[in-house]
Design a protein around this ligand. Sequence first.
Ligand code: PAF
Length: 282
Amino acid sequence: MIIFNNIVGFKNHLRKLKNDNVKIGFVPTMGALHNGHTSLIKKSVLENDYSVVSIFINPTQFNNINDYKSYPINISRDIELLDSISENIILFKPDTEEIYSGKVVSDSYDFGDLDKYMEGKHRKGHFQGVATVVNKLFEIVSADNVYFGEKDFQQLRIIEVLVQKNGYKLNVIRCKTIRQNDGLALSSRNKKLDISSQNIATNLFKALSFAKKNFDTLDLEVIYAKVEDLLQNFPQISIDYFAIADENDLKPIKHKKKNQKYRAFIAADISGVRLIDNIKLY
Ligand code: PAF
C-alpha cells in the first residue's frame, strides 16, 4: 500500500493513475478503524480500481477539546488492516498543518435547517467543521465514488447536500450501519468503553428497536415516553436527545404523515463517552 502525508505527492500519484482513466473510490476516516470502516473500504475496493482512505482527526469538528485530545489513535494497526484488505488502497494521512495551512478554522456553509437539529443543536459548529474538512478532502482526492456510513446519518445528508451544492461529480454511496451481535453500532468511540459500559450502551439500540417495532401502532408521545422510561433504568446513560425525524430534511416530527420516510435518532453519554445511533422506521 502506498502512503502519502502530503498533498502534492498524493495528487501527483493520483494524476498519473487518472491518466489511465481509472475509477477512484474514497473513504474518509479519522482512523482507529473498525469493521464499520472496513465494510466501506471493501465496498470501495470492489466498485473502484483504486481506493483512497484518508486518516485525519479533524480538529474543527470537535466542540470539546478533551474529546479531540482523547480521540482513539492506532495508526500502525490501521495500516496493517488496510494492507490486509487490498494492494489497491492508497492511504492519505496528512497532518493538521497540511490540511489547514496554519488557519485551523471552519469555513461557513449554509445547509438550511439540516444542521440545526439533533447533532447540529448539541454540538455547535460540528457540521461546519465536518463540511470544511470533507470539502478540502474532496478537492484533494477528486474521487468518483465516496462512501459514508448511515450511522452518522445527519452527516451523510449534509455531505449529500454539500456535493449537490458544489456541483461535484461524485456519487455519495450510503452504507449500512454495522453492528455487533448485541446491536451496538460499531464506532471508534466504543474503544473508550469498558465491557460493562458497552453492555449498557446496547440499550441505545434497544430503544431504537422499540421505536421501530411500535412506530406504526403507537402514538409518537407514547414512543417518546417509553424510550425515556427504558433508558432511565440506567444511571450511566445520560440522553442528549431521542428524536423521530423525516429522513430527508431531518426535521424532528410531532405527527406522522403517510408515505413519508422517517428515522429514529439517539445520542447519549455513556460513562463519559458520547455515542450516536439511528434506525430507519420503514
Ligand atoms: O465520520 C467521520 O469519521 C468524520 O466526520 C469525517 C467524515 C472523516 C470527517 O472528518
